[in-house]
Design a protein around this ligand. Structure first.
Ligand code: STR
Length: 417
């Protein structure tokens, strides 16, 4: 890949780094290489050097460390102009002011309303709607079968469901869902030229700002309106902050849950003994969901935190100004945490709930309970409606999207049986 940053990065820092493959051609191999590279490993992200943490215990500790912050201005490579908006991953970090990019007391102010709206108790109220969307999309699956009986479970089911749910929650009209799906696909794909990515981000900003202005004039009962009306500590959120939270919710809410649902279906279809256990009621769907979250995390790498002081981890030091990625997929395969068979998918494993896939500390995923509700409805409904569901191609033929931070498939062709 032609990347101007390769030349600009200091030569000594990239040495021995694990190069993260933008085409995601061998995710399991890369996950294993990261684990072998150590607790704290040097990685290369399109020519830009960073650290990553690959182990559960140390990640937990680092995610509680106030010396690591989200503010991009704390990044040495950004201050010095080595990294600019021309870097294809910049949109993962420089994403506007929101609960995703701010720490400390201000972070609490930005996040409280959202996390309160997404508690398991509050989510019970929208369960019937999620069930209704699920049934509609199961009908759509049935109708979408080609002459050969093949249908893409991603395009017709796993992708539209989370978009409908997050759209309903945030008050984004259904007429916009196809546009958003298309824009986020281009945003995440490393095949998208950077100038296109920057212009689509600008378009999305206009879209979300217009939406926030509309809701400011006529608030409804969605979370966007609640964010507009909220006063945390006597201080309302600014328009920029509401827009930032709204786009974080839509991006996160739809992209990550696609991965959870598809990765669970794929794991079950390739482990028929375990599927049988679930269908016979010998194991719960919650076990499938937690083990999938651990074994095949929807988020591969989370970008990025920056050290405001030197931070020592074992024998390594993250120097002030350096960047830290959290490699959740490697963390899910940590042998210290999950045992020597950490690479095996096993829904009966005792540690299946002791994963860290939703993060830890102040930024822990506020949508965790929502994604569990969605997958907890979608998966049993899918296998109840289509008990003979099977892959239409050999498992090895399933390809990953060229996305460096998310674990998402190009397509998932199935036969409904
Ligand atoms: C995408 C671009 C954007 O406009 C806003 C955000 C903020 C939230 C981010 C999102 C990003 C990318 C995917 C993330 C999400 C939070 C959770 C999700 C990182 C940068 C995960 O994959 C865990």
């Amino acid at each position: 890949m032609n990347c101007p940053h390769t030349a600009a990065a200091p030569a000594d820092r990239g040495a021995g780094a694990v190069v993260i493959d933008p085409m995601v051609q061998d995710l399991d191999g890369e996950t294993a290489r990261l684990r072998d590279a150590g607790v704290l490993a040097r990685i290369d992200l399109l020519g830009v050097p960073a650290w990553t943490v690959t182990r559960h215990a140390e990640a937990r500790q680092l995610l509680l460390d106030p010396r690591l912050v989200k503010d991009i201005d704390a990044w040495g490579l950004w201050q010095s102009g080595v990294v600019t908006r021309a870097w294809p991953l910049i949109g993962m970090i420089d994403a506007g002011r929101s609960m995703f990019t701010v720490d400390g007391a201000e972070h609490r102010r930005l996040r409280t309303k959202t996390s309160q709206a997404l508690t398991p108790r509050r989510l019970e109220a929208i369960r019937p709607e999620i069930e209704k969307f699920t049934q509609e999309l199961l009908d759509a699956l049935d109708a979408a079968q080609g002459d050969d009986g093949v249908v893409d479970l991603k395009a017709v089911f796993a992708q539209p469901l989370p978009m409908r749910v997050v759209g309903m929650l945030m008050g984004v009209d259904e007429s916009q869902h196809a546009m958003l799906t298309r824009q986020y696909k281009a945003f995440f794909s490393m095949l998208t030229p950077q100038d296109e990515r920057l212009s689509l981000l600008a378009e999305l900003d206009v879209f979300y700002t217009d939406l926030v202005r509309e809701k400011t004039a006529r608030p409804t009962d969605d979370l966007t309106s609640a964010l507009i009306l909220a006063e945390e500590g006597g201080e309302p959120l600014t328009e920029e902050e509401v827009v930032g939270n709204l786009k974080a919710m839509v991006a996160a809410g739809h992209e990550t849950t696609i991965g959870l649902v598809l990765n669970a279906v794929r794991a079950l279809l390739s482990h028929p003994d375990q599927l049988r256990k679930v269908l016979a009621g010998e194991a719960g769907w919650d076990a499938v969901i937690e083990e999938t979250l651990r074994w095949d995390t929807p988020t591969t790498h989370l970008l990025m935190r920056f050290a405001t002081e030197d931070v020592t981890v074992g024998d390594e030091v993250i120097r002030k100004g350096e960047g830290l990625v959290v490699s959740y997929r490697a963390i899910g395969r940590d042998i210290e945490q999950h045992g020597a068979d950490a690479d095996a998918f096993d829904i009966t494993r005792p540690t299946r709930n002791r994963h860290m896939t939703f993060g830890h500390g102040p930024h822990i995923c506020p949508g965790a309970a929502l994604s569990r509700v969605e997958a907890g409805i979608a998966l049993p409904a899918l296998f109840t409606r289509f008990p003979g569901l099977r892959l239409a191609v050999p498992d090895e033929e399933i390809t990953k999207l060229p996305v460096m931070t998310q674990n998402d498939m190009t397509a998932f062709p199935v036969l409904l049986g």
